[in-house]
Each structure stands twice: as C-alpha cells, then as structure tokens.
Design a protein around this ligand. Structure first.
Ligand code: FEO
Ligand code: CA
Ligand code: CA
Ligand code: CA
Length: 657
C-alpha cells in the first residue's frame, strides 16, 4: 500500500503511526558511523547525513571483489530502462512479459469467467483474488526443482473497492460505501490463491481447476496455535475455545519454510474493525497501539458482527499473526502461529542457522515500528517433514535494537523477563504476544522507517531489510539505523549475523552487525541519498518494499510509492551486493500507473522472474468508470486488474545475465 504524506490523497489509512514514543535524539551518532572505507571503496553521495558506511566492519567477513566486467562495474547485463510514468508496464530490452493470472481469472473448477459488471462472492471465491502481493513458487512434483511446472502461491492483500464496483466513487472512502453483497465480494477477494502453473513452448499459463488449486478467503477455517491459543483474550462468541478462527486478511508479504510450507503475514488488520470499544473498552490500550479506530475503513462490521468491536470485542485479537499452511495439501487447515507475535507483519523470511534451528525475520510496517525475529526452539528435520509440523509453536521472539558502530542487539520478548511483568500489565506470554508492540516499546527497540520486506541473501548469509519511508521522522528522532529526518524515500539495511559468508552463519545469536546497503532518493537532490557512485539518472529508486535474490546473490528490489514520493513509476531495480558493482542499482522493470510491484520471485533456474502487479490504477480520482489505467487488457469499460506476470529473457537465458 502507498503511504503518503498527505492523507487526503491516499487510499491508505491504516498506517497511523501509533508508537507513542518513537525515539530519542542521537545528535551526531550518525557521524560516528562515517567510515573512511566508504571513500576508499568509491561510495559517494550528497547530503548532510553521514556518509555511506562500507560493510567491512570489524568482525564481519570480507567478501572477494568481483572482476569488473566490460561495460562497467556491474555484473548485470541488461540495458537500463529510462524512468517514465505510463499507463502500461515496461521491461528492459531483450525481455518479454507474459501474463500468468489476473484478478477474476478462474482458479477452482466451476469458476465462471471474469465479469466485471456482475461480481458475486460465490464467483470470487472460485477466482483469483485482488491485489496480489507476496508470491511464491514451489516446484512440481514437490522437491523436483522444476522451473517449468509448479505451484504459485499468492497473497491478496486488500481491495481497491473504488476500482471494483461501478458507481461507488473514488478513493478509500469507497470501502465505507459497500452494501452487504459487495462487502462479501471483498471478503472473498482477500486471502490467498494456490494455483498450478506450467511453462509450455516457452509460455507460462495457469491451470484452472488444477488438483492443488485453492482459494483461501475470509471464510476459510483456521486453527490458532502457540502460547496465545485458547487464552480468554482470544475467545469469541463464535469460538469459545479461542483456537478456531475464520479467515486471514490484509496478507501482504510472506515467506516459506525449509519444510515446504507457506507463511503469510497479516498486516493492516486494524482498518477492518471498528466500534466504541476501540477507544473505551477493556482492550483500548491494546487497540490504540495498533491504530484501531472507532470508525473502520471497511464497511464489513455493518453486515458481519465479528468486525464490530462492540459485539465481538476479541475477534480482532485473532488477526495480526503469521499464518502457516501446506500448499501441497488443499485440505490442510492453515494455522495462526502466535509464537511469532502480533503486529502488522509485512512478511516473514526464514534463515536456517548453523545448528539447524530456523530464524524468521519479520518487519512491523508502520512508521516508528520495529524489526523482529523468531528463533525456533528445535532444529528442523530435513528427513522428516511431519516432524516440522509445529516447529513454529515453540521458540523465542526477539525485537531489534540498532546501536552505533554497527552493533545490533536482539532483545527477547519473554514474559517475566525485564519489564514484561504484571507490573506492566502482562500476566502471561499470551499477553506479551497479543500486545507485542507494547512489550517491544518497554524493551527499548529501535523505531524504524517502516520495515517492509526482509530477505536473506543465500550467497552471503546477510539479511536485507527494506525500510520504505517515514516522512514524519524529525531530526530529533533520528537514530543510527534511521538517520534521515523526513525520510520520503527509505533505505535498505543489511544485517550481518555472526559467521555470515561461511557455512556456519548463526541466525540465533542475540548480537549481529548491521550496515546500510543504500539510502534511497535521487543523488544530488535528496539529502543523504547513497548508492554506488556510478548509479545513473535512471538507477536511483524510492520507497523499497519487496526484495528477492537470484542464485548469484544479486538483489532485486521492488518499490511502492515512488510516484507520490519521487515522481517516478514504481518498478524493479537490481544490483550486485558485493564487488565493484555493490549498490549500483539499475532499472529493470516499470509498473503501470498507480501500481506497486510485489513478489518478486525467481524460478530455481533464474530464467523466470514472477512479479505481482498490485493496485494498478490506484491514483487520486481513479474510479471504475474512469480509471487512470485499464492495464493489462485495456478493454473499454473494464477496470484495471491486479495480476501476476512472468518476465523471461527472449533468448531463454538467466535473468540479468
Ligand atoms: Fe502491505 Fe507494508 O505493505
Ligand atoms: Ca508498501
Ligand atoms: Ca502491498
Ligand atoms: Ca509491502
């Protein structure tokens, strides 16, 4: 979702910035992180805030320098796109875009074809949902490593109600105007899709009615597990056990597990619930910290009691979690894993540690909120898939404190330890998890500039955190990892766990190193923007959101909000992470107007890059009748359709090489 400085222009309302004490003045701490090595390695930039700090910090692994290639320092070979705004997409010369699946396309057997003027909840529950965000690819057969046949797993984060229904008007206010049937369509357009896809004669296609195909919606039965399961604060009229819930919502980014399950993240859950209890009920302190308001954004609570806090005060406590399910079993019951905490999970990415335990890194996407990791109590078992089934129910949740001189401390969120006691209103670990944000406040976590996606680089073992922007940070609120006031363009932080760069990387440790990978914005124009010095006029970016790595360890960053914040289209930028081309970002793909680019996901052979084109046409004034684009089909009278595309190289080669 786009988060803008001027809320009147935005379709987004959930990110209210609800941390009451976001940070402390740090004076010249940033300057303390200036490194002469930055200058030595040729990393330059403009602006008053500290210089780019090179990664070779004390204790970190040095990386070999790649040999510079003919034509420049980058290992990436595509000719860069020219930045422009357009109603349609663009990709670097020599590459093709193939449509894989669009909102409304049939997924399950019996699904009717897309009919934009006659949407029904029944049809939508059988068709591809709206606003595709996270996407993943699992080879078929399971474990085969196939890059031509697999399962595509896709989140449907939210709906652009104004673009779905005729006559409903513009902007986010349209979400408050739906009738009961339209609300039911929205509920069926949320959730996830699992759909079989195949590449035949070089062309990707979805397989409607495939035997693994599945739609997860707001009606899908799910189990609640872990320390908060069954707690009285999780019990409702519909579920006195506190262990059963219907549906998942606002699923933004996601991840997977080494044992082949999907994890999907519930992000801005607050906007769906409303009622006086948001401000006055026994959970008012809890709700305030998550930005819950008396007036919900969505109209669902007018028709379905569970979204009305005054009728079902605890239903909201059953959202904001990480959900795990098995994409290879369409009958499997998704599980909300409460051990991983409750916040606006942008996603969760796994990293297998030296001892077989698994860390899951997850950002809480709100201005001044935090970065977390969960570490399983036990090692995973590669030889026994069933033994890993409930691995996510036991372990320790940590929150990050970024300190000067590149030190990162992971603070455990454990009931009874430090301030997480009855004196502060916590009676159990369930309370700590239900109110994860308040617990993290008390521990002194570092308020960040909206942590979005986090991914582990498989080559160097480092973990990359996309910080999308925070235009409300003042100079007094700057901190070592978030150095810029009025940070309209965001930045990318690199975490360096002990042993990174070896085969003994320790993702369980309570200390790590950190560094900046880049500070976004236009070099020479935006204060503090930092990239490789050879970054071109098209190579700079704004508002990093999602990220993937190819098998060579190169970073592929997608953006959300570049048009509003920087006047350029959102897109995909790629760079080397080491060697002479480090942080030399290059523009590979551009989205149609209003859209952010999500996914991204490579096939195992790096020859296909799947991208989710989310909310095309999400521009001020855009409506069903008069959308800012009719991408991808440009049919008269039809609105734009969020879609998953496949980018392939025309010669069949590896993307970027
Ligand atoms: Fe749904 Fe934080 O983007
Ligand atoms: Ca975003
Ligand atoms: Ca999104
Ligand atoms: Ca996002």
């Amino acid at each position: 979702m786009v988060h803008q400085q001027d809320p009147s222009q935005s379709l987004e309302v959930e990110d209210v910035g609800s941390n009451p004490a976001p940070g402390r003045p740090i004076g010249s701490l940033i300057e303390a992180r200036l490194s002469r090595r930055a200058a030595l390695r040729g990393l330059v930039g403009a602006g008053a805030v500290g210089a780019f700090v090179e990664t070779l910090l004390e204790g970190a692994q040095a990386q070999p320098l790649a040999v510079p290639r003919e034509g420049g320092p980058s290992s990436l070979t595509f000719a860069e796109l020219r930045q422009q705004l357009s109603q349609t997409h663009a990709v670097a010369e020599g590459y093709d875009v193939q449509m894989v699946i669009r909102w409304g396309d049939p997924v399950l057997a019996g699904a009717p074809p897309y009919d934009p003027r006659n949407l029904t909840a029944q049809a939508q529950a059988l068709q591809f949902g709206y606003n595709c965000d996270y996407l993943d690819y699992f080879s078929l057969p399971m474990g085969s490593g196939s890059s031509d046949h697999g399962l595509l797993c896709v989140n449907h984060e939210y709906t652009n109600t104004n673009l779905m229904f005729p006559g409903i008007g513009e902007g986010r206010a349209a979400r408050g105007r739906t009738n009961r049937e339209q609300a039911a369509v929205e509920m069926a357009a949320h959730g996830m899709t699992v759909v079989e896809i195949r590449r035949e004669n070089g062309t990707w296609r979805s397989v409607p009615g495939g035997s693994f195909n599945r739609r997860i919606t707001m009606h899908t039965p799910m189990r609640i597990s872990g320390p908060a399961a069954g707690h009285p604060r999780m019990q409702t009229g519909g579920d006195p056990s506190g262990t059963r819930v219907l549906g998942t919502l606002n699923n933004c980014a996601g991840g997977n597990t080494p044992w082949g399950t999907v994890i999907t993240a519930e992000e801005n859950f607050n906007g769906y619930f409303g009622g006086a209890a948001a401000e006055t009920g026994p959970e008012a302190v809890n709700h305030r910290r998550y930005g819950v308001q008396r007036n919900a954004t969505w109209a669902w609570g007018r028709f379905f009691d569970r979204f009305d806090l005054d009728k079902e005060p605890n239903e909201i406590n059953r959202f904001g979690w990480i959900v795990e399910f098995d994409p290879f079993d369409p009958e499997s019951v998704p599980v909300k894993r409460t051990a991983l905490g409750r916040f606006k999970h942008e996603g969760a990415t796994h990293a297998v540690s030296h001892d077989g335990r698994v860390a899951f890194y997850s950002g809480d996407d709100e201005r001044f909120d935090y970065l977390y990791k969960f570490v399983t109590a036990r090692a995973w078992r590669p030889d026994d898939r069933a033994a890993n089934r409930d691995l996510l129910d036991e372990g320790t949740l940590f929150v990050a404190r970024f300190e000067e001189r590149g030190v990162l401390r992971w603070l455990p969120l454990v009931f009874g330890e430090g301030p997480l006691t009855e004196a502060n209103g916590f009676q159990s670990q369930a309370d700590v998890l239900i109110e994860t944000r308040r617990a993290a406040d008390l521990l002194g976590a570092t308020p960040m500039d909206r942590p979005e996606d986090v991914e582990t680089n498989p080559v160097n073992g480092r973990v990359y955190v996309m910080l999308t922007n925070n235009s409300r940070r003042t100079a007094q609120q700057a901190n070592p990892a978030n150095p810029r006031a009025n940070n309209a363009h965001g930045h990318v932080v690199e975490l360096i766990p002990p042993g990174a760069g070896t085969d003994r990387v320790d993702h369980t440790a309570t200390e790590a190193r950190w560094d900046f990978f880049l500070l976004a914005g236009k070099p020479g124009l935006d204060a503090g923007a930092r990239y490789h010095r050879a970054t071109s006029d098209n190579g700079w970016l704004s508002c990093p959101d999602n990220v993937a790595f190819d098998t060579k360890g190169r970073i592929w960053i997608t953006t959300d909000g570049a048009a509003e914040n920087a006047g350029i289209a959102d897109g995909v930028w790629a760079a080397d992470t080491s060697g002479y081309g480090r942080a030399l970002t290059r523009l590979f793909f551009q989205a149609p107007t209003g859209a952010e680019v999500c996914g991204p996901r490579f096939t195992p052979d790096d020859r296909t890059l799947f991208l989710a084109i989310q909310h095309p046409g999400e521009d001020p004034g855009s409506t069903f009748e008069r959308p800012s684009t009719r991408w991808p089909d440009f049919r008269d009278g039809e609105p734009p359709r969020p879609s998953v595309i496949a980018v392939v190289k025309r010669d069949g080669g590896e993307i970027g090489s």
